[in-house]
Design a protein around this ligand. Sequence first.
Ligand SMILES: NC(=O)c1ccc[n+]([C@@H]2O[C@H](COP(=O)([O-])OP(=O)(O)OC[C@H]3O[C@@H](n4cnc5c(N)ncnc54)[C@H](O)[C@@H]3O)[C@@H](O)[C@H]2O)c1
Ligand SMILES: N[C@@H](CCO)C(=O)O
Ligand code: NA
Length: 430
Amino acid sequence: MSKRPLKVALLGCGVVGSEVARLMTTTADDLAARVGAPLELAGIAVRRPNRARDLPVDPALFTTDALSLATRPDVDVVIEVIGGIEPARTLLLAALANGASVVTANKALLAEDGATLHAAAEKHGADLYYEAAVAGAIPLLRPLRESLVGDKVKRVLGIVNGTTNFILDRMDSTGAGFADALDEATALGYAEADPTADIEGFDAAAKAAILAGLAFHTKVTAADVYREGITEVTAADVASAREMNSVVKLLAICELDPVGESVTARVHPAMLPRSHPLAGVREAYNAVFVESEAAGRLMFYGPGAGGAPTASAVLGDLVAVCRNKVNGGRAPAVTSYADLRVGGMGEARTRYHISLDVDDKAGVLAQVALVFADHEVSIQTVRQSGRGDDARLVIATHVATDAALAATVESLRALDTVRAVASVMRVEGE
Ligand SMILES: NC(=O)c1ccc[n+]([C@@H]2O[C@H](COP(=O)([O-])OP(=O)(O)OC[C@H]3O[C@@H](n4cnc5c(N)ncnc54)[C@H](O)[C@@H]3O)[C@@H](O)[C@H]2O)c1
Ligand SMILES: N[C@@H](CCO)C(=O)O
Ligand code: NA
């Protein structure tokens, strides 16, 4: 192999970065053969260079000066696995301005300001790849960016957060409440010390923004994504889903409206029938359905997190951008040419499952049914359980806009005969 080595700067050496450094070193010969040139670690930016690390790399590579490393004239590729908005954005924009290609796992940054990074990559003729940012090891962004680019994607529906899927799976299989299931996720190392980004849905919302942007060729940021986490999901909600032969999952849903003029992106807990393939996604696994016009339904499944799986996605991107360096040229630009309107949650079309504690007397059902009719929400099934003070109506609706369904719930709350709205859960899947 006569090609000059390609120099790679690694920014961050935590859970993902240390696996990237390890694999780059231990699989160097294979990577070189696949790229067509050897890859050389130019440096590793860390916060504490003298920390003991069990890694097969030269300790002289560690530096605290991430900016100097990212902009070194001999660096061909910068891998960013620090996370967060700053200093990651400044470092990557500086690297791109220097002509270096970028590989990042940073969903938060891509979802907040991906357009600026893509524009910088375009301007400076560099590559920007981020397969690890969504659903870890699962090849999902490259299929959307490349394999499905000739098709028309209509919907992306999936479980893109492992921590919350683990918690909901435990609640379903053991009957545990949210707090106990979170404790177990923390003890097993799935949940981080501060689990807010996962349990409040921020992590999944960032991923939904990235997926919607690629699927619909439209700029979608995290702020455009409706977000509800799982902290309000109770053991009773999960039990009531179980009674309906359903499970509760935290879903990310990105949809094109039926006439193809606008898109919505949302993250919230929803009931799914147990027969749905996503219902069988257990523990901390991720899975995503992509529905497109010509291909139909595709499902992507696998480990969505963890050092080694995420490093697999990073290395796949690394080989891709290095091949482009060796062969000349770059990946086709990611553009937002379609520029579709991004609608709010009220426009999203979904179904509700509503449990009401009601007075058990004549005319109540008619009164409740009238509220649904007033909002043009069609009822699919109604079931009454209990009597007297324990009377409960369990209502499943047909599809309607979230605005109409939410307004229905508000009107139900206002009825004298409705003592409490015991639970409201969206329903997805056929
Ligand atoms: N861990 C996963 O399973 C996973 C999966 C997919 C994507 N990601 C993404 O990968 C990225 C890294 O995640 P992680 O789990 O490895 O996090 P981590 O916290 O383990 O590692 C980040 C490292 O960056 C270091 N760092 C912070 N500021 C720095 C700076 N200015 N210069 C140099 N180093 C700095 C920290 O000291 C830390 O060691 C994040 O964007 C995350 O969202 C992680
Ligand atoms: N915290 C994330 C890591 C992967 O992005 C999860 O639980 O899925
Ligand atoms: Na991925």
